[in-house]
Ligand binder design. Structure first.
Ligand code: FES
Length: 105
């Protein structure tokens, strides 16, 4: 699925991420800045925080408790905040836009 990653300064990166990978892996594999992913996808660091485009919020799996707990540690959390390592890419997410926060710490 094509995912558009938007850096905090507005720089856009459109990449084709294979289904089954996480949105975080799609960014890291393509060296897109703005997602640190310190824990490598274990839902234990909250440095893969992104804002999901509202129109896709109902297409992704809802947050599990662990993700919510970690998000509580992230700065500038909003309604649309998610940890990108917990979002699995699938065909329905084609065209999704995720925006990176100003900082992951
Ligand atoms: Fe650490 Fe997502 S990569 S919580």
């Amino acid at each position: 699925a094509k995912i558009t990653y938007v850096e905090h300064d507005g720089t856009e990166h459109v990449v084709d991420v294979a289904d089954g990978l996480s949105v975080m892996e799609g960014a890291v594999n393509n060296m897109i800045p703005g997602i640190d992913a310190d824990c490598g996808g274990a839902c234990a660091c909250a440095t893969c925080h992104v804002y999901v485009d509202e129109s896709f919020m109902d297409k992704i799996e809802p947050k599990e408790d662990m993700e919510q707990t970690m998000l509580d540690f992230a700065p500038d959390v909003k309604e649309t905040s998610r940890l990108s390592c917990q979002i699995k890419v699938k065909p329905e997410l084609d065209g999704m836009v995720v925006r990176m926060p100003e900082s992951q710490h």
